[in-house]
Design a protein around this ligand. Sequence first.
Ligand SMILES: Cc1ncc(COP(=O)(O)O)c(C=O)c1O
Length: 419
Amino acid sequence: MKDLFEKIYRDKGPLGKWAAQAEGYFVFPKLEGQISNRMKFQGKDVITWSINDYLGLANNPEVRKVDAEAAAAYGSAYPMGARMMSGHTDLHEKLQEELAAFVNKEAAYLLNFGYQGMVSTIDALVSKDDVIVYDVDAHACIIDGVRLHMGKRFTYKHNDVESLEKNLERATKMAEHTGGGILVISEGVFGMRGEQGRLKEIVALKEKFQFRLFVDDAHGFGTLGATGAGTGEEQGVQDDIDVYFATFAKSMASTGAFIAADKEIIDYLKYNLRSQMFAKSLQMQLVVGALKRLDMLRTMPELKKNLWTIVDALQSGLKDRGFDIGTTQSCVTPVYLKGSIPEAMALVRDLRENYGIFCSIVVYPVIPKGLILLRMIPTATHTLVDVKETLDAFDAIRERLENGTYKRMSAALIAAMGE
Ligand SMILES: Cc1ncc(COP(=O)(O)O)c(C=O)c1O
């Protein structure tokens, strides 16, 4: 018999195998200083394009004050226990009511973490006779939620409504056979490439098929829609989203999440959502902090306006200079370049060390081999000077990528590693 750990000693996984070259720099980097457009990385000032603080609330003085006062008043323990047992409070309820009103749903329920809450919500919504149909590029939390499902599931091609329709036909046959229903799951905004889920077209399929729609709007909440209520509002279909999800980890710059739906559905989830029934309630300091943030989302439209000024300047600047930013329809700004993983490493090192630009880098196996994706998240704290500096830096690194500089640098690096 094999030792359980044998495979771990042998194979660190597709990303883990790069740990020696990547850790501390490309992965697990330590950004220091207050969360903002400019922070420190390894002692150097960098413009940070990798933090999901869309509206710039993370370090807003009013937010920081409320967070600090809540921490002083409640500490990090209160309330103790799961919501159902001893962890329920008026403020949890108040936040839920305000969130529901903000996203135009009858009711909402708080989740401790978005990831775990998504997994648990999917688990609670389906029984073994039901069929799930979901986008093949869905976030890991959706994939993990689907993994718990004991019944049938189908994926459809990424954001491809024709493929969804084909799979709905298969799912309908299956559900008719099992006597169950159908749950379709999409993201509001796909966080890697920035496209909006085609919610309007998905919703239109409700005329032809019977299903319920669950939308993970992590990146849309606070950034899209006239009032910031997200992708459903942006596309005019919020009412047709049966269960709406958003996390506090992005535009709310905090921790926690929520789901919103008709009251009867939320009432059911309250009693069946295992991640909340068997885990400690969201800390009060986070609840108080979320109330403050939500109030700012509601009453300070200039936050979203400032965000979009930066998004527009960055995206149109990149396009004008001939960069491929794919099909983004949101703040998420990808820049696609062609190159190998070692070239990508040399390029990002150059960007950080010589141009003071910090952005995330995504390579195979997350995206196809031979592509480098530099993923940028603009925020309301960035300035047009940050954008200009970044665009100039991108011009310079593209030239060096194309003239083979990074190929030579990476070859030297690989040779040094071999010695
Ligand atoms: C699309 C999507 N869903 C869910 C999550 C998980 O949310 P949380 O960070 O609150 O666990 C994330 C990442 O934060 C995300 O990008």
